[in-house]
Design a protein around this ligand. Structure first.
Ligand code: HSE
Length: 403
């Protein structure tokens, strides 16, 4: 059965999608064994965008588009968490249609509510493109690893931050200068605070954690830290000398009494997976009890990469191949205890005056590896303890994630 598509949002991603659906129509139809047509688009203004939109009905209000068209698949590529975006999405679901969205911010806040609305109306929500840009993170977790208990998820889930951190390390430029480059390149969110403060990566991680562990979306309870100036350029150079690079890392792990779920700037070994992910690239490591680590790496932002993931959702819909939004019925999602970051037990790098730090370590029976002056690596220590040992001392404590 031919399916009709309506697209709300004609920014970088929306326009890439329209172009690719036109250019690749034949192959997409062959691979889905079905046909489709774009019938309508919606954006704030009808200004020329360098793409021929004349064959599609135009709406300047997406809610009007839902009310006045009979598409099978509605795309939400507008961004925004509330207001018109949420209104549009709810209208799509109430109409019992397929919603395809790249909007991790909206899903992190309203995912369960929207999923219930979808269940009630026999509608569907597909959101592969909302996590990891073009990487099929969700397909890996929800389908490829469906028989596994998930032991851990590690992710580099924000291309802007990864671009900033790797460029600062390679060039010695300031964080602020490299952030404006990332904005010019079109990687950053409309408000780049969402990128650099860790919210965007946290939203993506919270969705993966919910699906992986079968828990309610932990976005409101998880821990975040931003990347701006978390280390000085000099500290980044010292860390490199002992084999570490800075990354914004998301970590989600079940513990005996709850879950540790956080997104923080950290150091990772230069020669392990995350240390080799550079530039706007994203990556995730998902560990399952049957298969061990599954590692996915690829373009984490940008129009065509994101459109690639959206097309995989469109093809699933053309094939009527659906999974439940969070891989289980929404009512089965468990309430989980999210542990404070102070419960983290792991490695840390400390930058500070060794004449002050060494006696402190000695007094507290803390062993360290010290390869560079004024830089210490300690392992297997609870964050609560190291915080109390370093309380009042002028130094920089940076987490190390061995991934
Ligand atoms: N601003 C996001 C990033 C875009 O930099 O990863 C993709 O979600």
């Amino acid at each position: 059965m031919n399916k009709k598509i309506a697209i709300a949002g004609l920014g970088t991603v929306g326009l890439s999608l329209v172009k690719k659906l036109v250019e690749k129509k034949e192959i997409i139809q062959q691979r889905s064994n079905n046909s489709f047509d774009i019938i309508a688009v919606s954006a704030r203004s009808k200004k020329s965008r360098g793409v021929d939109l004349s064959n599609y009905e135009f709406f300047d209000n997406p809610v009007e588009m839902v009310k006045n068209t009979d598409a099978d698949i509605y795309l939400e590529l507008m961004g925004g968490t509330n207001g018109l975006t949420l209104d549009y999405v709810k209208n799509v679901l109430k109409k019992g249609k397929v919603l395809i969205t790249a909007n991790k911010a909206m899903l992190a806040s309203y995912g369960e509510q929207l999923s219930e609305l979808a269940d009630e109306n026999n509608a569907k929500i597909l959101f592969e493109s909302s996590i990891g840009g073009g990487i099929p993170c969700l397909k890996t977790l929800r389908e490829g690893m469906v028989g596994n208990n998930i032991n851990a998820i590690y992710g580099i889930l924000n291309g802007t931050c990864n671009y900033i951190l790797t460029t600062v390390q390679e060039t010695g430029k300031s964080f602020a200068d490299v952030l404006s480059e990332a904005q010019k390149l079109g990687y950053a969110e409309a408000d780049p605070t969402f990128d650099v403060e860790g919210y965007d990566a946290g939203q993506k991680l919270s969705l993966m954690a919910s699906i992986g562990f079968g828990i309610k979306i932990p976005y409101d309870e998880m821990y975040f830290e931003g990347i701006l100036d978390f280390m000085t350029n000099e500290q980044i150079k010292s860390a490199e000398k002992i084999g570490y690079s800075p990354r914004l890392i998301g970590v989600a792990k079940p513990q005996s009494d709850g879950y540790l779920i956080y997104t923080v700037p950290a150091l990772v070994p230069v020669d392990k997976t995350m240390g080799n992910i550079k530039g706007v690239v994203n990556g995730c490591i998902i560990n399952g009890d049957m298969v061990g680590d599954i590692i996915s790496i690829g373009a984490g932002a940008g129009g065509d990469a994101t459109a690639s993931a959206i097309i995989s959702d469109i093809v699933d819909s053309l094939k009527n191949n659906y999974t439940m939004t969070f891989n289980t019925s929404t009512k089965n999602l468990k309430s989980a205890k999210i542990l404070p970051i102070t419960e983290r037990i792991g490695k840390y790098c400390i930058f500070g005056d060794e004449n002050i730090l060494k006696p402190k370590f000695g007094d507290n029976d803390i062993k360290y590896l010290n390869s560079v002056k004024d830089v210490f690596v300690i392992e297997n220590i609870k964050e609560e303890k190291i915080n109390s040992v370093l309380n009042g001392i002028n130094c920089n404590l940076v987490r190390i994630e061995d991934c």
